[in-house]
Design a binder for this molecule. Structure first.
Ligand code: 4AD
Length: 503
């Protein structure tokens, strides 16, 4: 059997002047009478393939001319360099074989609403944006694994069916496990701590489940988290580990995915600034910032920015609507319709931001020591910085039972959250773990947990307890920050949210 293709689109540079066969899907077709311009994508890239009527069989020309978006086919032809073409190469087609004709592909180049695209996720994955995001996700995940593998960590796969709650009982997904009530893992951490006492430096990486009732842009019910855990480490060393780790993810994406970042319109210049040291704030300092005069001014300037952007967009909307009415050609009307749709989406988002700004400013001003930082508080702090920010030493009362109390101030714990800059908010949560048996037992009781469920976890504190700590990084939030995607649902192929599980 002959192969379906002789090279991939991203290898065309090696074949200039030679004949190749590509196999892929029709992205777009433009007909110029005696010439057809077929945009073919094959998973590695997109290439313009030019079919001249005189150069191929007339019946084949006719068949190609009527192909619908997403038809699958093979094309053969000579490769030529063409600067103006996407990817820098074109194919002068001499032969073709249509594999499957596609008719009325539901996702057209026109803008569609999120609801529609989510319902058609199985087809939407073929879009250029989703293609670029998933390639970046692939890089992020390999960078994560390489970082830990290259730094002496051992991978430990922790269970998904669990008995012990790690991150609070409100977000547990219950499972009937042969008539026993268990839940899906919220974190691999507790099990990982046991392995750290065997290997010293370990990590786990897997799906994580939280019954989050909130529908925010930062929450999924199923997400991927990587968690390192290290014995004989200090909080300061843990922060350095997290800093080096995040820098290595960002620099790997910058090195491997320029093209994808360009497609997504990501802020490459800001990503290039992501180098240590990151900002370090204690929770108390973060609270001072939130309640301070600078935040009042910052929020007022932000509101002013939103209002003037809204004004400009409304003017543009008026102008485009007039142009649309006077446009003669259907393709012109369609192009304007796409722009109008995009402007309307942005106007909707702006209206929400304009409404929320004073509420968030008030929440910040009225912040009381002892509360957890809310989403809007994190956003404000994150917007005020151009590099990630560590916020350390949160009040004990708002954090998980396993976090170690600070030795100088028992009201706070030795923990940290890392906030990504530019408004993205938390991507990492981590801490030193309580290693003292009695102190941990007290915390378990305070939280009303059953010590029996944690007997194996308590054993770690009986048999050679050692100072240790670790953290968890959310993969989808990290990708959203790097790519500039507003909602993390776009950063996993099949997102799971409170109101979305059907596909
Ligand atoms: O701060 P969290 O809850 O920390 C833990 O689970 C610890 N056990 C980790 C550890 O110390 N080993 O979650 C860690 C990260 C968050 O910073 C966020 O990036 C992500 O996991 N995350 C979510 N991502 C998407 N949807 C959700 N519902 C998330 N909840 C947490």
């Amino acid at each position: 059997m002959t192969n379906y293709y002789s090279c991939k689109i991203d290898e065309l540079a090696n074949y200039t002047g030679k004949e190749v066969t590509l196999a892929g899907w029709l992205n777009r077709l433009r007909s110029g009478g005696k010439v057809l311009f077929l945009m073919l994508r094959d998973g590695s890239g997109v290439c313009q393939c030019i079919v001249e009527k005189e150069k191929i069989d007339p019946e084949l020309f006719d068949e190609l001319k009527h192909l619908g978006q997403e038809s699958s086919l093979q094309l053969t032809g000579i490769v030529r360099a063409e600067e103006r073409s996407v990817g820098g190469y074109e194919i002068a087609v001499s032969g073709a074989k249509v594999f499957c004709k596609s008719k009325d592909f539901p996702i057209t180049p026109k803008a569609h609403g999120v609801e529609f695209l989510m319902k058609h996720r199985h087809l939407h994955l073929r879009s250029q944006r989703q293609w670029a995001i998933n390639r970046i996700r692939h890089t992020v995940i390999s960078a994560v694994r390489n970082f830990f593998n290259d730094n002496g960590f051992t991978l430990i796969d922790t269970p998904i069916f669990t008995t012990a709650a790690g991150e609070g009982e409100q977000t547990l997904f219950g499972v009937d496990y042969f008539d026993e009530k268990l839940h899906l893992s919220q974190t691999g951490q507790l099990y990982l701590e046991t392995a750290a006492m065997s290997h010293g430096k370990v990590y786990c990486f897997g799906p994580t489940f939280r019954a989050e009732k909130s529908k925010t842009r930062r929450h999924l019910t199923e997400f991927w988290m990587v968690e390192p855990e290290v014995a004989w480490i200090t909080l300061e060393e843990l922060l350095s580990l997290a800093e080096n780790f995040v820098c290595s993810i960002v620099s790997t994406v910058l090195e491997k995915n320029r093209n994808e970042l360009d497609i997504l319109g990501s802020d490459i210049e800001s990503l290039e600034k992501i180098k240590g040291p990151f900002y370090r704030l204690t929770y108390c300092e973060a609270v001072e910032i939130l309640k301070g005069e600078k935040t009042v001014e910052f929020m007022a300037a932000q509101l002013e920015g939103f209002l003037s952007r809204e004004k400009r967009l409304k003017e543009k909307l008026k102008e485009l609507t007039e142009n649309q009415e006077s446009a003669k050609k259907q393709w012109q009307k369609d192009k304007i319709a796409t722009e109008l749709n995009e402007i309307n989406i942005e106007l909707g988002e702006l209206a929400r931001k304009i409404e929320n700004n004073p509420k968030h400013a008030k929440l910040a001003k009225d912040f009381v020591w002892g509360k957890d930082l809310g989403g809007s508080d994190e956003t404000i702090i994150s917007l005020m910085h151009d590099k990630p920010i560590f916020v350390t030493h949160y009040p004990k009362q708002v954090k998980a039972f396993y976090m170690k109390a600070n030795k100088d101030d028992a009201k706070v714990v030795d923990n940290f959250d890392m906030l990504a800059p530019a408004g993205f908010g938390e991507i990492i949560g981590g801490s030193m773990r309580e290693e003292n048996y009695d102190a941990l037992m007290e915390r378990i009781n305070e939280h009303g947990y059953n010590p029996q469920d944690y007997s194996w976890y308590l054993d770690l504190r009986k048999f050679g307890s050692a100072p240790h700590g670790g953290f968890g990084l959310g993969i989808e939030r990290t990708i959203a920050w790097i790519t500039g995607e507003k909602h993390i649902r776009q950063c996993i192929a099949y997102p799971r949210m409170m109101d979305k599980v059907y596909i």
